[in-house]
Design a protein around this ligand. Sequence first.
Ligand SMILES: [Zn+2]
Length: 269
Amino acid sequence: MKFALIEGKRTEATKGAKGSCPSCGSELIARCGELKVNHWAHKSIRKCDSWWEKETEWHRSWKAHYPNDWQEIVMSDEITGEKHIADVRTIHNLVIEFQHSHIKTQERISREKFYKNLIWIVDGTRLQRDYPRFLRSFESFRQVQEGVFIVDFPDEVFPKSWLKSTVPVVFDFHGFSANGHDEIKNTLWCLLPQQQKTQAVVIGLKRSAFVKITHNHEKLFITKNKPEQQQPLTSLTSSRNIQRRGPLIDYIEKRQSSNQHRTRKGKRK
Ligand SMILES: [Zn+2]
């Protein structure tokens, strides 16, 4: 963890320091070495939050986009008392979880249920195959509006574990230290909750736009009555405002109904 409580104050780890866990209250000791990022570890119990994963520079660089007091927020279920530490919870009650390791389906579902208003940011650099696979499929993406794409057979584009997510999943293929000249890699690719097995809506957005929206809004997208009518907020894909919200919905709906006949590998019947 990045923060422990020392005399009630959230404090970052420094060599030799001791503190207490903001979630379970047990003793934490500072771990400050060269191999891992400075962090706090539980002295006796291995994990107080079974969902917590060891943090990398990637986690920390993402968290740094948000104020300290939005990071590592202890959230509990009022009925069951279950507690977890959200990586980021904004003042608009949007939870952002940064996921580097593999996640089991059951855990993904539990976390989506627990946090409800959640966005996943997935480290797309962990597995070497993920970005080349995305890139190969990219030319068959059908753009319906600036930065908004219809993707056929998303199971051939994204890791399986994220396909059935009920919340937006943002893939970060740039990672912590990649070079900065690959536009596709530098873009965050957001997979919207899928309505159809064979088709998905994917939105490309700049990191700065993502950070700005999540600072200022409770959702990445405006949701109408039906979940498939999600639409991006203005200034989503670039700093320029996108005001064509209506046409986006119409277009996606038309495409989804008229493209039922599309077959795998882009062949048409
Ligand atoms: Zn704890």
